[in-house]
Design a binder for this molecule. Sequence first.
Ligand code: RB5
Length: 151
Amino acid sequence: MTMGDLKRISLGSDHGGFELKELISSHLKEIGHEVLDRGCFDPGPVDYPDVAALVCSDLLSFTADLGILVCGTGIGMCNAASRLDGIVAALCTNEYMARMARMHNDANVLCLGGRVTGTDLALSIIDEFIEAIPLQDDRYLRRRDKVRGMG
Ligand code: RB5
């Protein structure tokens, strides 16, 4: 990885993803990325839409390049983030999904389930997501535009 590949990553979780979020934060820092940790900051219960909104707002204001959201299953975070214009959230359970989410779907937020995906796999999914580059091929761009046009 060269310096040019280093990203600003906005990271958030609810209580169901707290433990994994802490490990993700250390991993990202260790490999040189900048982490904007938007909580939660302890394992006490919090509402996942509140955290999803903070992370998505970093992306929409260009404060971050990519977002990572973790809840128990990843489903709530993915639903919440997907409501916002300009956000393409993808719930991924393996590296292939993560790579395709970037390359074909131009996803900018990765969602993970802290109670579903083990730590090593989660970190490997994250590495794929960060390293993959969205394809600029006509057919992928056309499909992305159709999705955006769905309102
Ligand atoms: C919290 O218990 C749990 O519902 C939440 O983390 C998430 O899995 C929701 O989709």
